[in-house]
Write a protein that binds this ligand. Structure first.
Ligand SMILES: Nc1nc2c(c(=O)[nH]1)N[C@@H](CN(C=O)c1ccc(C(=O)N[C@@H](CCC(=O)O)C(=O)O)cc1)CN2
Length: 286
């Protein structure tokens, strides 16, 4: 079987076109959605992601602000910067680029962001709402995966979804979102024995382990949908995922590439959450 490619580049563009219309409607009511991105330190991948977020904001006609700090910034200074953004009427979304330097406790910083501006969906209140299936900002990567499945016409209800990975920002919310769409969900992770036995049962396999090309065709059931959230560098420093694309592509029914699959959706859904936040503010003002 040869698989259909799920392009995050194309689906992301389609969603951004829809967002452009919502942004225009907001502008007609004198609201420009504004995103503040906080970068601490010099991590080169983080710098690239932050710059791409700013470029995407600009392309959509949104307001973007970058707060860039040296890596020795204290936790208190960071929290103070967040408090000031919480009170800034031009800013509808606040994002702290992860990972943070070691002296800063991630959970403390994320909890300082106002839940109303938490466009990453990482605040404990928003995580709780997501778990309860209430309306809230969804974490951008799993939200993007759900959109890839939806726009590709892939049925979720009644399917067995296996999520490999249990991080707070991808694995855990990913399983929840699939469960809310009536999939039967199994979580697997680095301590799961007999991983292959489990992945071979998956109709939908989402891989977020951070290990280069770990999932080869012998882990995949014929006709499965394979979503690769991994972002690694191979021995030639080329970007690649957790899935061995060349071996899996002839077995899967649908597959995401790396690059060009899940990655571009992360930024698109961040824009969607920021636009949603601006619309929420408008609703509250009425
Ligand atoms: N506060 C957050 N920090 C981090 C998040 C997040 O969602 N919120 N996710 C990742 C990094 N990330 C966004 O921040 C991100 C990663 C990758 C991509 C992407 O578009 N990847 C491209 C390839 C890009 C390249 O060439 O390097 C692709 O897959 O096609 C976007 C966003 C950790 N931190």
């Amino acid at each position: 079987m040869s698989s259909a490619l799920i392009s995050g580049k194309e689906i992301g563009q389609e969603i951004r076109n829809e967002l452009a219309e919502r942004i225009n409607t907001l502008k007609n009511q004198d609201i420009i959605p504004g995103l503040a991105v906080i970068l601490v330190g010099n991590n080169s991948a983080s710098k690239t992601y932050v710059s791409n977020k700013q470029k995407t904001c600009e392309a959509l006609g949104m307001h973007s602000r970058l707060l860039s700090f040296e890596s020795d910034l204290s936790e208190d200074e960071l929290v103070e910067a967040i408090h000031s953004l919480n009170n800034d009427p031009k800013i509808h979304g606040i994002l702290v680029q992860l990972p943070l330097p070691k002296q800063i406790t991630e959970s403390k910083v994320l909890a300082a962001i106002s839940p109303d501006k938490d466009v990453d969906g990482f605040h404990p209140i928003n995580v709780g709402k997501m778990m309860l299936g209430q309306e809230t900002f969804l974490p951008c990567t799993p939200y993007g995966v759900m959109k890839l499945l939806e726009y590709s016409g892939i049925e979720i209800a009644g399917k067995h979804a296996v999520v490999i990975g249990r991080s707070h920002i991808v694995g855990k919310p990913m399983g929840q979102l699939l469960l809310q769409k009536d999939a039967t969900v199994t979580y697997a992770h680095s301590k799961t024995p007999n991983l292959k036995e489990i992945t071979l049962q998956a109709d939908i396999l989402v891989v977020a382990v951070g290990r280069t090309k770990m999932i080869t065709s012998d882990y995949v059931k014929e006709g499965a949908v394979v979503i690769d959230v991994g972002m690694n560098r191979d021995e030639n420093n080329r970007l690649c995922g957790d899935v061995d694309f060349e071996s899996v592509k002839d077995k899967a029914s649908f597959i995401t590439p790396v690059p060009g699959g899940v990655g571009p959706m992360t930024i698109t859904m961040l824009m969607a959450n920021t636009v949603q936040s601006a619309e929420n503010e408008l609703r509250q003002d009425k």
